[in-house]
Design a protein around this ligand. Sequence first.
Ligand code: ATP
Ligand code: MG
Length: 363
Amino acid sequence: AALKRTALRIGMIPADGIGREVLPAAQMAIEALGSAIPKPTFIPLLAGWEEFQKRGKALPDETVQILKNECDGAMFGAVSSPSHKVEGYSSPIVALRKHLDLYANVRPVSSVPGQKVDKIVDMVIVRENTECLYVKREKISDLPNGGKIAIAERQITSTASERIGKMAFEIALRRGQERSESTWEGWAHAQPKVTIIHKSNVLSVTDGLFRESVRKVGEADPRYKGIKIEEQIVDSMVYRLFREPEYFDVCVAPNLYGDIISDGAAALVGSLGLVPSVNAGDDFVMGEPVHGSAPDIEGKNIANPIASIRSAALLLSSLGYYGPAARITSAVDRVLLEGKHMTPDLGGRSTTTDVTEAVLKLI
Ligand code: ATP
Ligand code: MG
C-alpha cells in the first residue's frame, strides 16, 4: 500500500509541555528524507490539557475528523494531566486510541550504541491496548461487617488477543528479515522469537484465553514457521528482564502487564528521552515518544528529541517505508555513538536544537 501513495499526509498533535519542543524534530527528520518518500504534508492539530483549559475540550471533534478523513498517519507529542480529578477532562491520547481503533502499543527498547553496556538489549514490547483491566468496570459496595469491597472486572477476548498476536508475529517476521539482510553480526537473536507474557497459573481463564489465542495465531500461519514461540509468567519475566534483558526479542502482553513491563524495560536503556512508540491499528498509526510532558524541563530547549525522532521512524516503517525509516534510525544511532551531541539527560550539554541538527545532517 505504501508504494501507491503519491503524497503523505501526517497529522501533528504536539499537545503539551515538551511535546511542542520535540515534535518539530520529528517533522524535520521526515522532511529531510526528501524524495525517498512521497511528499509529506503536515497538518497541525489541537489536543491536550492546555487546549482543555482554553476551550473546554481536550480532544476537539475537528482533530478526530481530520485524522480520520484526511491523514495517513499522525504524530503525538505529550499530554500533561492534572494530578487531581478535573470535571469533564479525560486524556486525549486514550480517547484517540479509541476513536482510531489503535489496539496495539508497540515499543522497541534497545541499548544505546556507544554506551558502555555489557548487555545488548534489543526487544520490542507489543502491548494490547483496548481491554484487560482498562475496561474500567469497577464497583465498590458496603459489606455487612461495616467494611467495603471493591471489585474490578477484567476482560479478555479471543478477537483482541488474536489481533495483537498477529501484530507481534508480523513484527517478529519483519525483524528476522531485517537481520538477515544486514551485514552486522552482533544481533542478540539469531532466530526471531515471540514471548507470550501471562499469568495463567493464577488467572487461568482470562490469561489462559490470551495465551491460547496468541499461540494459535503463531502456529496456524505457515509464514510464521521460522519464529520461535515461548511463554513466560509475568513475574518471572520481569526478573529475567532485569537480569538478562538480551534474552528477549518480541514480547506480547495483555494491557496491564504490557504497561508495567514497558516502563521497566525503558529504564534499562538510560533515558525516557530515547524511547519511541507507535499506537497502531489496522487502518491508522500514530507515533508517540514514550515520555510525558516533562514540566520540569519545559521551555528550556534541553528536551531530548531522539524519542520523538525515533517515533517518526517507527511511523514510517509502520506505513511500509522501511528504507527511509532505517535512514532516520541509523542517523540517530550514529549521533549517539559519536556522543558529541547529547542533551543533559544523557550527560551532555547540547540543546534540543543541536541534537536535532546533528541528526538531520546525517539523514
Ligand atoms: P507527565 O505527567 O506529563 O508524564 P512527568 O512529570 O511524569 O510528566 P515525564 O515526562 O514522564 O514527566 O518525565 C519523567 C522525567 O524524565 C522528568 O524528570 C523529565 O524531565 C525526564 N524526561 C522525560 N522526557 C525527557 C526528554 N525527552 N528529555 C529529557 N528528559 C526527559
Ligand atoms: Mg510521567
